[in-house]
Ligand binder design. Structure first.
Ligand code: SIN
Ligand code: FE
Length: 293
């Protein structure tokens, strides 16, 4: 691939301070759709939290255990003691991820929303899903029930594997190239469909044209076997004890292998970006020649 999709930053603290040059370079790379990789930034798991490093904590139905910003845990099968420990560990990760994002990107502070934290204790390799729900296939994030209406999805990941297992990703081509290939094939809504889905609670809020296009990119890429095999992509292994982040609605990604990962999601309106013109919304609007919200 001619564009290096990973930018490495040798930070050793979640809370800074970071100098201006580091922050500017990080923001430029992030908003270009690159993955920011922090090889020296581990999330530390306490001794009393070692009992949480087992896939038996997952309830088997949900892929991930999630924690709402108010501390409520979902998708776990943990004892009350472990459930409480889990909430504390995930809460600490949520705090550190927030500190990292806000010290690196102070310009986001006023507009950022902290969404759910997830814990992914189940090995990815060997799990089988339908192609559309299989995150082992390259995709940009877009969720059928959660319209974003142009809002960005920023995610911070830490690999906390206790025995050194890497988390292996594929990272693909720039968003413009993905949009060029799949936007034209996106399904258009039926009349009243967005309104009806919202009314029936199928979606949380009304899907915009932007959301239909993003779902089209997500599904189009995942369902295209030739694209999956032949598209420009690199394989990257994030070792245990490392952290990374990206706009997952922009960076083409797939998670192939790995166990024990923490993830924090943030939402951000494009007005908070230094380069709103690089956002998926603006790229798609330029391509379609009209407003999409
Ligand atoms: C994904 O966002 O597609 C999965 C990322 C991961 O669990 O490593
Ligand atoms: Fe994803």
């Amino acid at each position: 691939m001619d564009i290096e999709p990973i930018a490495t930053l040798e930070l050793t603290r979640w809370t800074g301070p970071f100098d201006d040059a580091t922050r500017a370079a990080a923001q430029d790379a992030l908003e270009s759709g690159k993955v920011l990789y922090f090889p020296k930034l581990p999330f530390l798991v306490g001794n009393s939290e070692n009992s949480l490093l087992t896939d038996a904590l997952s309830n088997g139905r949900a892929k991930n255990i999630s924690r709402d910003p108010d501390g409520k845990i979902q998708g776990d099968a943990a004892s009350p003691e472990d459930s409480a420990r889990l909430s504390v560990m995930m809460g600490r990760f949520a705090e550190q991820a927030r500190a990292l994002v806000l010290t690196l990107f102070p310009g986001y502070a006023d507009r950022i929303d902290q969404a759910r934290t997830s814990y992914r204790p189940v090995e990815i390799a060997g799990r089988s899903y339908s192609p559309r729900t299989d995150d082992k296939r390259l995709h940009v994030d877009a969720f059928p029930s959660r319209p974003q209406r142009g809002r960005r999805i920023l995610r911070v990941f830490s690999n906390i594997h206790p025995m050194g297992g890497a988390r292996v990703w594929h990272v693909g081509e720039p968003f413009e190239a993905v949009a060029q290939k799949f936007a034209g094939k996106a399904r258009r809504p039926l009349p009243l469909e967005p309104w009806l889905f919202d009314l029936l609670g199928i979606t949380r809020g009304r899907r915009s044209d932007y959301d239909y296009l993003m779902l089209g990119l997500h599904d189009g890429a995942k369902l295209d076997g030739a694209y999956q095999s032949n598209a420009p992509q690199i394989e990257f292994a994030f070792p245990a004890g490392t952290t990374w982040m990206c706009f997952t609605d922009q960076a083409m990604h797939a998670a192939l292998k790995g166990q024990f990962c923490l993830e924090q999601t943030f939402h951000l309106p494009i007005e908070a970006l230094a380069h709103p013109e690089r956002s998926p919304l603006r790229v798609l609007e330029r391509m379609m020649g009209r407003e999409l919200i």
